[in-house]
Design a binder for this molecule. Sequence first.
Ligand code: IPM
Ligand code: MG
Length: 361
Amino acid sequence: MSKILILPGDGIGKEIVAQAIKVIDSLNANHNMSMNLVHGLIGGSAYDATGSPLPEETLIAAKECDSILLGAVGGHQWESLERELRPERGLLGIRAELDLFSNLRPAILYPQLANASTLKNEVVSGLDLMIVRELVGGIYFGQPRGFEIKDGERFGFNSANYFESEIARIGHSAFQIAQKRDKRVCSIDKANVLEVCELWREVMEEVSKDYPDVELSHMYVDNAAMQLVRAPKQFDVILTDNLFGDILSDEAAMLTGSLGLLPSASLGAKDKNGKMRSMYEPVHGSAPDIAGKGLANPIATILSFAMALKYSLNLDKEADALEKAVQSILDEGLRTKDILSKGMKEVSTSEMGDAIISKLQ
Ligand code: IPM
Ligand code: MG
């Protein structure tokens, strides 16, 4: 029996995770599986209930379970809190505490949705790329950081830094993923300006020696941002640090038509028993403006759970079935508002969830 921690978080988190829970219930009932769900708090709702965006109980549960499914965190009402108490700290905290350094963000354009993209059909049709983002280091976590008064004015500072071991391990992740795809890694940096990126590039060259079957190229991040909208199909695996990955993954998401479609997996290292910590979450945020209205697209969350089936629970067949179920409701023309186009049928968050489940039975 696998134990999965469910962390809906804030905003649309609850609605979209509710759809994934329905999927899990349906798999349990109809596919003879036994996934046991445990529920926890994270983000702003955790702060409201406990005074912390990452309560101790959540962290303990996270360490005990086989995997985690998270919705999204954040909301305007918590923006004026002290930084350490803000919802985002909960998310960054759980990533760091579990050392989930390898964040996989696949961007696939479903042919049925080619018209939902703001880019021309021929630019994006058939798009299938994977962003591998370092998730627990770099400028997000670097010390020193802070606010000070310096020379009589306010001064804010952060540090972009990586140890070579941190760079190497995310490099290995990316190369191993590329081996199962088109065997091409494009490593993104700003080595023309930043020392930390010079090291990044050097280490990626070293790591690539272990993977002679994979082609490594390098690209400056400004060029990568441009190439992603100019000719995104040139990429197979995009390998980035934490900050560049955050930015480029939103850009890649939009190529597919909506942020509401992109799943992600955050993986740790395997321990000596082969067990790996993991958390799955949609790439999008908590969208407080549409929360509670039944407008949110649950597909990214459901596909995130499909990634959990594949990467953490060893249930490839069920993962495929779930991905196919998503495809077939798209074929039938069902759309949430974010991906609605002419002639398609608009459905709510829970109707979308129900439609996907109906294809699983
Ligand atoms: C993401 C999000 C987070 C990040 C925020 C919510 C802290 O944008 O997962 O991409 O910056 O990593
Ligand atoms: Mg982001």
